[in-house]
Design a protein around this ligand. Structure first.
Ligand SMILES: Nc1ncnc2c1ncn2[C@@H]1O[C@H](COP(=O)(O)OP(=O)(O)OP(=O)(O)O)[C@@H](O)[C@H]1O
Ligand SMILES: [Mg+2]
Length: 253
């Protein structure tokens, strides 16, 4: 069953067509890769999916419901969470607080009720922090709960963003270049982490990534964008051999 279906999705910026008439479906439980050269429209695609900008044309159906044009919090409420290519952590907050805050928003409990120590709020507060710790453990940040996010390596910041996205309890997780800035060792453990997350939370994962070996080894299917257009769609080994894809990447060099 398809969890996400985009039809004729298009986004223009003045005269520039950043995403041009893109249609495809993502099946439930897939790890689906969105690749393409710089400026191909990948992040713009995510921005439309998450309500950060409306499409110029086209529809986005998530679990059968059209969500194009929804505000970001409403999209998140539907079960779609993301990480950002340009990290958006609260640098002067701890890892734990970064994750807990995401969860607070989700629960709609009041931070101040927690500070005042109201009993229900305190229980929710405790659960929030316990859960945040579990998520930090999951992404490999055990022992770094109290460190400020700004002091983290790129790799740790990217994993922290994943933990924060998971705190929203999504069904669909969007990762925008999760391996960027990671060392080779971190990149290889990232694949395992993404697979583990999918299994543990029954997630569908949509992933933008430039690191081709990672994408090829991890993704069930790929969509390739080039100058906003969908030029290939299918299993990694088929897409990799597609002349249009080879051309797009060589043309980028
Ligand atoms: N808010 C915006 N206003 C104007 N132009 C934009 C805006 N956002 C993106 N663009 C343009 O749209 C095109 C697609 O950009 P986008 O960031 O989606 O590409 P990308 O595939 O994510 O690239 P990269 O791999 O470098 O991250 C680019 O030409 C970019 O300059
Ligand atoms: Mg991008």
């Amino acid at each position: 069953m398809s969890v996400l279906e985009v039809k004729e999705l298009t986004r223009r910026f003045g005269g520039l067509v950043a995403v041009n008439n893109v249609s495809f479906q993502v099946d439930e439980g897939e790890i689906f890769g969105l690749i393409g050269p710089n400026g191909a429209g990948k992040t713009t695609f995510f921005n439309m999916l998450t309500g950060m900008m409306p499409p110029s044309v086209g529809t986005i159906a998530y679990q059968g419901q059209e969500i194009q044009g929804f505000a970001p919090h409403r999209v998140a409420g539907c079960g779609i969470a993301r990480t950002f290519q340009n990290l958006r952590l609260f640098g002067n907050l701890s890892a734990l607080e970064n994750v807990a805050i995401a969860r607070h928003r989700h629960q709609k409990t009041n931070l101040f009720a927690g500070i005042l120590g109201l009993p229900n709020a305190r229980k929710a507060e405790q659960e929030t922090y316990d859960r945040a710790k579990e998520l930090l453990d999951l992404v490999g940040l055990t022992g770094k709960y109290r460190q400020q996010a700004r002091n983290f390596s790129y790799g740790d910041q990217r994993r922290l963003e994943i933990a924060r996205a998971l705190a929203l309890e999504p069904n669909l997780l969007l990762l925008d270049e999760p391996a960027a800035g990671m060392n080779p060792n971190e990149k290889s453990t990232l694949s395992d982490l993404i697979r583990q997350i999918r299994a543990q939370f029954n997630l569908t994962v949509l992933l933008i990534e430039h690191h081709i070996p990672l994408v090829m080894g991890l993704c069930d299917r790929l969509a390739v964008l080039d100058f906003g257009e969908l030029i290939a769609l299918g299993a990694p080994d088929i897409v990799k051999a597609d002349p249009a894809v080879i051309e797009a990447y060589l043309g980028d060099e």
